[in-house]
Design a protein around this ligand. Structure first.
Ligand code: FAD
Ligand code: MLT
Ligand code: ZN
Length: 485
């Protein structure tokens, strides 16, 4: 994985799959739900970046909560390790096996259960693809509260399990706020029905939050109830450039003041991102081709009054130019221009993996300091690698990508542990939105106290005592590894 760390040993506490296990799974899922075909299993063993690769022999495709329950009850009794998988677009190695864990992919559970079109509450199965849900709710006059570049493949269960942030976070906030209810299957097969659709419910501990962001380590999410905001008629997108990072910060503050009630995205990219996108993405063009600028900002507004919203954004842009915050800028005149702007921003991850090796960091850092680490990283790696800084500036979330043609220990030694120490030193988070997965399970202490990690391990032990769910991920092995039993 481009890591100089010791390879992770298979924990011998887990059983090895045998033909009787496969026969049992066929008896509950039928032949179509039990995949042993080498090519299909190989695809499920590798993550989206092609960076993490397991050696599972078995991919299970349940079609119902009851089937998930039977799978887990059996795996728990046999002590077979399991990796829950959604769209397999995760970026921290959480969605693929490390060794021979059984892969349980939720893609076959993709039905919409109900839609309350008075309150905008969608209830659906966990395997629904985000983009399909967006299309569905948009036809009902609503939108999904989250949007991300992986929308065409990622599943709502995966989004919830990673607590995905994405492009609308600045407006609609975290999934901890938008998810109203969940149905989850625990490691021993117990179905935990928390599928309420109420906005307010203070009866005891709000257990669903344990599963939001737990990356498949505490249970398999099977159904979801989620709040969807009303679809508003007017959307505008501007693509702007700034000469320095201070101007980007001032622009964010100015946008919050002047566009506060209509702002729906505030994304930023440095010039290296634009160059990369222009080189590797097909069919995109630079909206500001006249000069190379140091920084680019994409601002989207969404509101209820077309002429008022547009006039507001135009006036904001003009004022920002007069104040010297913005050097150049354009407002999309039609949908195709707007999608070109978005394609550049959303395509950075796709373009990054085309270079070869990508070291990916996803940091929460106070906005004033957020770009400092990009510059420091550039001087550390020199000409060994290209460093990109982009992300959800409005949320204080930097994506730091370090790209080179091949993984190398020399590059990694310049990056880690520096990136984690620097982030901890600024009281930031080493995972703003992608999770810890396999990549950062051993690094959690940079962002969480020993007491907090210990409590997490106790919760894991209580809910999944045989530690069959997503082993080697999320928590350090010293506190979470399955023991002989
Ligand atoms: P997977 O990748 O399959 O799984 C992710 C984790 O969740 C794994 O640990 C897995 O075990 C677990 N899991 C999956 N389904 C379930 C389930 N039903 N029950 C329990 N556990 C489950 N993330 C952001 O936060 N913001 C972004 O803007 C963003 N943009 C992205 C853009 C691209 C192009 C790509 C490739 C990824 C992006 N991501 C982003 C990463 C993001 O985490 C995922 O895309 C998404 O949330 C994962 O969903 P998935 O269905 O693919 O889950
Ligand atoms: C993004 O915001 O583009 C994503 O989180 C994905 C990435 O950083 O690669
Ligand atoms: Zn992101």
């Amino acid at each position: 994985f481009g890591s100089a760390a010791e390879p992770i040993q298979r924990n011998p506490a887990y059983s090895v799959l045998n033909p009787d296990d496969v026969s049992y799974f066929k008896s509950i899922l039928g032949n179509n739900g039990v995949v042993q075909d080498k090519d299909r299993v190989a695809v499920a063993n590798v993550d989206w970046m092609g960076k993490y690769k397991g050696a599972s022999q078995l991919l299970l495709l349940p079609k119902s909560t009851n089937e998930v329950s039977k799978i887990l009850a059996y795996c728990d009794s046999r002590r077979l390790a399991v990796v829950p998988q959604g769209g397999n677009t995760g970026l921290v190695g959480g969605s693929v096996p490390v060794h021979d864990e059984v892969i349980v992919n939720l893609g076959g559970m993709d039905k919409i259960v109900s839609f309350d079109n008075v309150n905008g509450i969608l209830t659906c199965e966990a395997g629904c693809v985000l983009e399909n849900l967006s299309t569905f709710v948009e036809n009902e006059g609503f939108i999904m509260p989250l949007d991300l570049g992986a929308k065409g493949s990622c599943q709502i269960g995966g989004n919830i399990s990673t607590n995905a942030g994405g492009l609308r976070f600045i407006r609609y906030g975290s999934l901890h706020g938008n998810v109203l209810g969940l149905e989850v299957v625990l490691a021993n097969g117990t179905v935990l029905d928390m599928l309420t659709t109420l906005r307010k419910d203070n009866t005891g501990y709000d257990l669903k939050h344990l599963f939001v962001g737990s990356e498949g380590s505490l249970g398999i999410v099977t159904k979801v109830a989620i709040l969807t905001p009303a679809k508003l008629p007017s959307t505008n997108v501007a693509f702007l450039s700034c000469n320095d990072y201070m101007s980007c910060q001032k622009l964010l503050l100015a946008a919050r003041r002047s566009l506060g009630e209509i702002i729906s995205a505030f994304e930023f990219m440095d010039r290296q991102c634009i160059d990369l996108a222009m080189t590797h993405l097909e069919g995109v063009h630079n909206p500001l081709p006249n000069l190379p600028y140091k920084f680019y900002v994409l601002i989207e507004t969404t509101g209820s009054d077309e002429s008022y919203d547009k006039a507001k954004l135009e006036a904001f842009l003009l004022r920002s130019m007069e104040d010297g915050l913005v050097t150049d800028g354009v407002i999309a005149q039609d949908i195709s221009q707007a999608s070109n702007f978005w394609r550049i921003r959303e395509g950075i991850s796709e373009a990054s993996v085309k270079v070869g090796a990508v070291y990916k960091y996803d940091l929460s850092i106070p906005v004033e300091k957020l770009y400092d680490i990009v510059e420091e990283m550039r001087s550390r790696v020199g000409d060994m690698a290209e460093v990109l800084g982009y992300g959800h500036l409005g949320d204080g979330n930097l994506h730091l990508n370090i790209l080179s043609s091949k993984y190398s220990d020399n590059i990694l030694a310049q990056i880690e542990p520096f990136v984690y120490e620097w982030t901890a030193g600024h009281r930031g988070s080493i995972s703003a939105e992608h999770g810890l997965g396999l990549m950062k399970a051993e690094k959690i202490h940079y962002s969480k106290s020993p007491e907090a990690v210990q409590l997490m391990a106790s919760i894991k032990k209580l809910i999944d005592p045989n530690s069959i769910l997503n082993p080697y991920k999320v928590l350090p092995r010293s506190v979470s590894a399955a023991g002989e039993g």
